[in-house]
Design a protein around this ligand. Structure first.
Ligand code: ZN
Length: 341
């Protein structure tokens, strides 16, 4: 059985990468400041940041491959204009491609998108094509709220998003619904904004008819699906009240939850409530919650332990760890098969 972690970020990228971002931001404040140019980063710098962090933890915790994307909180689509977002996004994705190039057995790429508030999502299609077609990435992170906590974009079921979905369907790649930093002080980024967005996206899917138009489209809602599994009765009841079809047909053929829930009772609930076929192993390391749980003595985000501890058949664990991810990310499945896995 392969252990595929569907949710990892390059949160430890070399300092020079952040300096490029800082230059971008400085130029936004002062157009006379020197133009920002993507950092020159050596392979050794990348090795150093990966081997001490994500690769070390992957090995220690017993995962085989991580679906790897740029640091989500740093996407910050609300900062600057479309051009700033485009060049930052390209630099971030190029860096992921470098990591995958150095460690092709351990990481597979997922891209961030050059979204900007008020800019048509069609303008993100080219970067998706580049990342999938040229860099060999297997999916993308789609931000439902490029405004960073003000929710000015239309719901994910609105035709606004359709040009992007058409390309996702054509390339047969899924998207993880993933917001970025919050510029609204009412919403802590990882504690409130992320979980709000997960929950909000699910409710949007209930209200809309997106999967009638795009029956093959696939979304991963991270962080265990936000509040959704805990409130499953509410969502089933709302679907009924709103005269929507049952969730199994209406949403759950296309929507998957990861296991980035950082305690055993949460994982127990997830697996009890949500069909095994809709759960993908994920840890989001090194990410949102990096500490050790004093109650267990283990890292909060060592989510493999919680799944190992579940009293479910091994065949179901294999679905969570491997088979569901291979189904949701067909390009990952193809590359694994090409390696004889
Ligand atoms: Zn994440």
């Amino acid at each position: 059985m392969l252990i595929i972690d569907c949710h990892g970020h390059y949160t430890t990228a070399p300092d020079a990468h952040q300096k490029f971002r800082d230059q971008q931001l400085a130029q936004l404040k002062n157009p006379a400041a020197p133009a920002a140019t993507p950092a020159r980063i050596s392979d050794d710098e990348i090795r150093e940041t990966i081997e001490k962090n994500q690769l070390k933890l992957q090995r220690e915790r017993g995962a085989d491959i991580t679906v790897f994307s740029p640091r989500a909180s740093a996407m910050a689509h609300h900062i600057g204009d479309e051009e700033v977002s485009q060049s930052w996004t390209r630099a971030c994705n190029d860096l992921i491609a470098r990591v995958v190039g150095l460690y092709p057995e351990n990481f597979v790429g997922v891209c961030q998108l050059p979204q900007s508030p008020g800019v048509p999502i069609a303008n993100s299609v080219q970067e998706l094509e580049r990342c999938v077609g040229e860099l060999g990435f297997v999916g993308c992170n789609l931000n439902p709220d490029p405004s960073g906590g003000h929710w000015t974009a239309p719901p994910l079921t609105d035709r606004h998003w359709y040009p992007f979905y058409e390309k996702m369907a054509e390339l047969d790649v899924p998207a993880m619904i993933h917001v970025s930093a919050s510029c609204n002080p009412s919403f802590h980024a990882t504690g409130a904004h992320y979980i709000n967005a997960d929950t909000t996206a699910f409710m949007q899917f209930i209200e809309g008819d997106l999967f009638k138009d795009f029956p093959t489209l696939r979304f991963i809602i991270p962080h265990g699906g936000g509040a959704v599994p805990y409130h499953w009765g509410r969502y089933r009841g709302l679907a009924d009240m709103l005269k929507r079809p049952a969730l199994a047909q209406h949403v759950m053929k296309n929507v998957f939850f990861d296991t980035c829930v950082y305690h055993q009772p949460g994982i127990d609930l997830l697996v009890e409530v949500i069909d095994i076929d809709n759960i993908l192993f994920g840890s989001e390391m090194v990410g949102a919650v990096r500490g050790i749980d004093p109650q267990t003595g283990q890292y909060f985000d060592d989510t493999k332990r919680y799944i190992d501890a579940l009293k479910i058949p091994d065949a179901d664990k294999r679905k969570i760890f491997e088979l569901n991810a291979r189904r949701v990310y067909p390009r990952l499945d193809a590359s694994l098969k090409a390696r004889g896995l």
